[in-house]
Write a protein that binds this ligand. Structure first.
Ligand SMILES: [Ca+2]
Ligand SMILES: [Ca+2]
Length: 246
């Protein structure tokens, strides 16, 4: 218990230090081979990184130990979390849909990234039960949850309602790079009813976090499709923001 407490006290300091180095990272990635800005050994150990294209390593529960987030197919529908330990190993796979309380017959989707660039990962979650007919149902749960989140149910004290679940049935969530800043954006594959399937963007706010629905952003980055031919979703969101761990 005492060890856990001291780690929790130290976490805010580490997070504050990371804000600077993570911003430096994104800049370095954009300007290709412009040197080693921000590549100190300390930030390499703590900043989120990619174990492979669909596996992100980063601290989601705020205990200072990196956790492993797996996202097969980049769809956000089969995501798992393995909590990290102090010796660098990971616990068992927990399905995100189980952690957030999705019931049988409900669709669950999630997207994980450091939307705030504070060094702790954040998560967007959505649960919806598909409607029988042409009219889509709205989400039972749709939240943006800034990390750290609870290991038990992925809730955050700073969690807020997200409007991604208000405009149709969310089928997939994916991280995207739309407006060119260092903050991750979100792509939503949305069944908007009557045979229509849209890709809706949610852009980052200037200081991090996500904006709500924006028609201009939809015109610029969104796409209109059908149930049989849905719009393509971004698969390279994580790699736009995070480097390989190796
Ligand atoms: Ca952790
Ligand atoms: Ca952005």
């Amino acid at each position: 218990m005492l060890r856990t407490r001291s780690r929790l006290i130290a976490a805010p300091l580490a997070a504050a230090a990371l804000t600077l180095t993570v911003a430096g990272y994104a800049g370095a990635a954009d300007s290709s081979s412009s040197g080693s800005t921000g590549k100190s050994s300390a930030s390499t150990a703590s900043a989120p990184c990619l174990a492979d294209a669909t596996t992100l390593i980063g601290d989601l529960d705020g205990d200072g130990n990196p956790d492993k987030i797996s996202n097969p197919g980049h769809t956000g529908t089969k995501m798992t979390v393995q909590w990290g330990t102090a010796d660098g190993t990971f616990g068992k796979k927990n399905a995100v849909r189980d952690l957030i309380g999705a019931k049988k017959g409900e669709d669950a989707s999630a997207a994980v990234a450091d939307f705030q660039n504070d060094g702790t990962l954040d998560i967007v979650v959505n649960i919806v039960k598909q409607a029988d007919g042409d009219d889509p149902s709205s989400a039972r749960l749709s939240e943006y949850r800034p990390g750290p989140v609870s290991r038990k149910d992925l809730t955050s004290p700073d969690g807020v309602h997200s409007d991604i679940g208000d405009r149709g049935e969310v089928r997939e969530l994916s991280i995207a790079q739309y407006n060119g800043d260092e903050y991750p954006d979100l792509a939503v594959l949305n069944n908007s009813g009557d045979g229509q399937m849209d890709r809706d963007p949610r852009l980052s706010k200037p200081g991090g976090g996500l904006e709500g629905y924006d028609y201009d952003a939809y015109l610029k980055y969104g796409e209109f499709g059908t149930w049989s031919e849905p719009p393509a979703m971004p698969k390279d969101g994580w790699s736009q923001f995070y480097k390989s761990c190796s």
